[in-house]
Design a protein around this ligand. Structure first.
Ligand code: SF4
Length: 466
């Protein structure tokens, strides 16, 4: 599975994560499968319910100390976890019966989802991450059943059988991988996701591709275009389609993926592999069941000191190759490079270049999208369709407003409406922002720009520190 719960959730460092690799089997044969090492093993293996239950009990006690976070996540992955649905179902029920706050996540290729299973998972508040690359052309290019049959139609049918409210709900996320070849279908893929009613899509560049400059340039151009179009549609009051998250972003306010930066997170994360042993976070050991990486089992518990040692060794080995952050920096990539005869340092450098190019192509879209969604949720600024009862009849070309921590957002909005609805097509707004009023000032600027767009007026907004 390519979904990484750390990145998908942007979760805080102080959370404990147990990744359960329920089986090493999968019914698909994706060309860029990051779990290939396990699904190509000749022996087919899977965990029993008893093993999962004992491991969850051990995990529940792992790292527990006074003041330690209570929130824990159990993430079922594989292989395809729904191939072991009975174990999965009983495990979910068991985890839900435990005291304390456990969140449950499942990564799946969606081939075995059906309304009844989804209803059960929804009842237990389980979040589902579906690996689906987009429109038929993009998806079938790489994701096929064993034997080579295309999988798009099968998955599309399975998803359309689910209630639309489930597909659009916060517990249903799609993770879409694109390559230098399939990036050209991203606009079509995002339209397809919108048609399905998906609200959040994580887009990820293929983790193992060595991107050539021409491929980076082509994909960057597509990303810039979709970001611009979708942002404009949102600001215009139209449907911008699903919110999309660029999972490998190196932007400062996005989750970075570096072994060194994530020391605590990685030490709080453990994997239960399909052989019944605990291993460190997959990012540190790269998957598989090599006994050298074991850090515990259900009888003896998890050996934190051993996990520290494995982490330090991985950091020494992998960290040297990629001192920068925000790259696809995982042990999986490292071992792939070594096995493919590539220089890991050059390989990571290629990933860094890809991420920087895509970040820059996306511009401020991701941040603007988050801000837009936050603003629309605020009662004072969220109603972009609001029209004032009183607007100035006199032309007002410029307005200056003070935004302070105690400012009433509704009053600020009324001032902006009074100003924008006045005659005249070109206007200038200056917001004087006092310390602590950053959020209200940003919300006001966004509201004003969006409203001006709807009224077809040209507005320049300037903010200045008070
Ligand atoms: S769905 Fe594809 S990527 Fe995921 S485990 Fe199966 S073969 Fe690998």
């Amino acid at each position: 599975m390519i979904v990484n719960p750390l990145r998908a959730d942007h979760r805080p460092r102080e959370e404990f994560l147990l990744e359960v690799f329920l089986t090493n089997r999968c019914n698909l044969d994706c060309s860029y499968c990051s779990s290939r090492r396990m699904i190509d093993e000749p022996a087919r293996r899977a965990l029993s319910f008893g093993q999962v239950r004992r491991a969850v009990d051990v995990f529940a006690a792992y790292g527990r100390r006074k003041g330690a976070p209570q929130e824990r996540t159990v993430f079922f992955t594989g292989g395809e976890p729904f191939l072991e649905y009975d174990v999965l179902r009983r495990s979910v029920e068991y985890i839900d019966s435990l005291p304390g706050r456990f969140r449950v996540r499942i990564a799946t290729n969606a081939t075995m989802l059906d309304p009844e299973r989804v209803k059960f998972l929804a009842a237990h508040n389980v979040r589902i991450f579906v690996s689906l690359d987009g429109c038929r052309k993009a998806h079938d290019r790489h994701r096929v059943f064993r034997g080579g049959r295309a999988s798009f139609d099968h998955i599309d049918r399975a998803l359309r059988r689910l209630p639309r409210a489930v597909r659009s709900g916060p517990n249903f996320c799609v993770s879409a991988t694109f390559t230098s070849e399939t990036a050209k279908w991203l606009p079509e893929s995002l339209d397809y996701f919108r048609d399905l009613g998906i609200s959040v899509v994580e887009i990820c560049p293929e983790a193992y591709e060595v991107w050539k400059p021409a491929g980076i340039a082509r994909a960057s151009a597509v990303l810039a275009r979709v970001a611009r179009e979708r942002l404009c549609r949102r600001f215009d009051g139209g449907d911008g389609g699903p919110q999309f998250v660029f999972s490998n972003s190196s932007a400062p306010d996005n989750a970075k993926w570096s072994l060194a930066d994530y020391r605590d997170t990685l030490l709080h994360s453990v994997s239960l592999m399909y052989d019944g042993f605990f291993y460190p976070c997959e990012a540190v050991f790269g998957g598989g069941t090599d006994a050298a990486y074991r850090i515990g089992d259900a009888e003896r518990g998890i050996d934190r000191r051993r996990a520290e040692k494995v982490y330090a060794a991985a950091l020494a080995r992998i960290g040297r190759c990629a001192p920068s952050v925000g790259t696809l920096l995982t042990a999986g990539r490292y071992y792939y490079a070594v096995n493919a005869g590539l220089d890991p340092a050059e390989y990571f450098d290629n990933a860094r270049r890809v991420n920087e190019a895509f970040d820059s192509a996306l511009g401020g879209y991701l941040r603007a999208q988050v801000l837009h969604d936050r603003v629309t949720a605020l009662p004072a600024f969220g109603d972009f369709a609001h029209a004032p009862r009183l607007a100035s009849r006199r032309e007002l070309p410029a307005l200056r407003l003070e935004a302070a921590p105690g400012s009433d957002p509704a009053r600020l909005r009324a001032c902006v409406d009074h100003f924008l609805y006045s005659p005249g097509g070109r206007k200038a707004l200056t917001i004087r922002r006092a310390a602590g009023a950053e959020e209200v000032s940003s919300a006001l600027a966004l509201y004003a720009l969006s409203k001006a767009g709807r009224l077809r007026k040209e507005l320049s907004v300037r903010t200045e520190a008070a």
